[in-house]
Design a protein around this ligand. Structure first.
Ligand SMILES: [Zn+2]
Length: 474
């Protein structure tokens, strides 16, 4: 079994991994780096010879896992592509959106179309890496596979793993709609890739439901380490954080302010809409209007479409019907007056330049009545990271082309992460007791914490940090 990390560095970038086993070659995930441009935004796909792949398996539809799939498919036209039905629906919509963003960046003379998108101009991809026509053609080929079904890499439903040289099975990862860990069986061994995972319930997503240890040992575990660089805050539950957020919003509305919540269009938007609905049902929030962006609306439609057929809490809930958010256009975000007692849940989550949340935040920043509440991960060098690190009265700049502004509005951070805390990841690794654990999807500090901690607690376990582009025999 040979494993090659196609991600270009030890980082949360363009996630992609090549696995050679049972006489087959397959790639797990094919993401796009959120901050790099052109070729540098892609995984190191040159390490996979053209036409050599048997299969591509996608864990979930966030762009850092699916964003450059069309580029890989162009080089591997014979390869089968597998993902859950929900990942296929979300992924198709996101890829088309990402093409529009690339097209606008490649033709700045046509204006930048202020901020409908997850990837703003600051995260530019100066060239069009693939086209709408290619995306249409390639998504036709995707083969949707439900979770907890056994498949061969040839795309056949099978009953026993022995029927195929390499078999696979998706397990719910609890991260976003459709997200899955992938169990591969080959050469009499079991290999499990978690993708992005959450081991506790969110408001919509249920905690991950991974293979049980009774079903057999995992020989190789490839696991994400996003939150490895900081401990979980002690004794703080999701319920505590929800209560704190509801209280904080009430205070803002009492002083005639509005609340901006920067969110990712996919996943966090829908979790927060469901949370606001619960606040309203519990009488914590009155009849406060909620605004989201166009891409978030598209993603929410797909969540609603799968509300009856995906493993989740609040089954059957239609967010667009029950929460009935208003859709905020790019023009409205930059021009219309900011109304008091409103929630603006706008993407992007990291407030990338020229996205709705960045444009909107700059209009709120110097007004004491308003508040910006963060509910998820932000890269420290992103505009959201800069704002989170600032103190009241500091001069901050959220866009290189805009003037500095004095920070006067309220800024606070709430923990609603869709990623597992490092303690729960560590518990899972120790419960599974894989012979080899491969640490991915984390910055160096995060990976190092796991490496050091496992060395101390599980000295017999082989812990591997896969260097970029090096084939490892596992
Ligand atoms: Zn993700």
């Amino acid at each position: 079994m040979r494993f090659t990390n196609l991600t270009r560095a030890t980082e949360i970038g363009a996630n992609s991994y090549l696995l050679e086993t049972g006489g087959r070659k397959l790639v797990l995930d094919c993401g796009m780096h959120p901050k790099r441009e052109g070729e540098e935004a892609l995984p190191n796909l040159r390490l996979v010879p053209d036409g050599a792949l048997d299969a591509i398996l996608v864990s979930h539809s966030h762009l850092d896992h699916i964003g450059s799939l069309p580029v890989l498919m162009r080089r591997q036209p014979q390869s089968r592509v597998f993902m859950t039905p929900a990942t296929a629906s979300l992924g198709e919509a996101l890829l088309h959106n990402s093409i529009n963003v690339m097209a606008k960046q490649a033709a700045p003379a046509n204006g930048n179309g202020h901020g409908h998108h997850e990837r703003g101009r600051g995260a530019s991809n100066a060239s069009l890496l693939f086209t709408h026509r290619e995306a249409d053609e390639y998504t036709q080929v995707w083969q949707p596979c439900h979770q907890r079904q056994l498949w061969s890499l040839e795309g056949e439903r099978i009953v026993r793993p022995e029927e195929a040289a390499v078999s696979f099975e998706f397990f719910d990862a609890g991260h976003i709609l459709g997200s899955s860990g992938i169990l591969l069986r080959a050469e009499g061994r079991r290999f499990f890739y978690t993708g992005d995972v959450n081991f506790v319930d969110q408001t919509i997503s249920r905690a991950a439901s991974f293979p049980a240890p009774e079903d057999g040992p995992i020989d190789v575990l490839v696991i994400e380490t996003t939150r490895g660089d900081h401990p979980a805050p002690k004794g703080v539950t999701r319920e505590d954080e929800q209560a704190r957020l509801a209280r904080a919003m009430k205070e803002v509305f009492a002083r005639e302010g509005a609340v901006l919540i920067p969110v990712f269009a996919l996943g966090k938007t829908q979790e927060m809409l469901a949370t606001f609905l619960q606040f309203k049902q519990q009488g914590l929030l009155g009849d406060v209007p909620i605004y989201i962006g166009g891409l978030s609306t598209k993603m929410t439609e797909i969540y609603d479409r799968f509300a009856g057929s995906s493993p989740r809490r609040l089954p059957g809930l239609s967010l667009l019907h029950s929460v009935a958010p208003y859709v905020l256009s790019g023009r409205a975000a930059s021009e219309e007056p900011i109304k008091p007692r409103r929630i603006y849940a706008l993407s992007s989550g990291m407030m990338t330049e020229h996205t709705l949340s960045n444009v909107f935040a700059r209009r709120m920043l110097s007004d004491r009545r308003h508040a910006i509440f963060f509910v998820g991960y932000a890269d420290p060098v992103s505009p959201a990271g800069v704002l989170r690190a600032a103190k009241p009265g500091d001069m901050v700049r959220l866009d290189d082309e805009a003037p500095e502004q004095e920070l006067r509005c309220q800024v606070d951070v709430f923990d609603f992460s869709a990623h597992a805390q490092r303690e729960t990841i560590l518990d899972y690794i120790r419960k599974v007791q894989p012979k080899k654990v491969v640490l991915v999807h984390g910055d160096p500090g995060a990976v190092e914490w796991f490496q050091a901690t496992l060395k101390e607690l599980e000295p017999a376990m082989e812990v591997i940090v896969p260097p970029a582009g090096v084939a490892l025999e596992l």
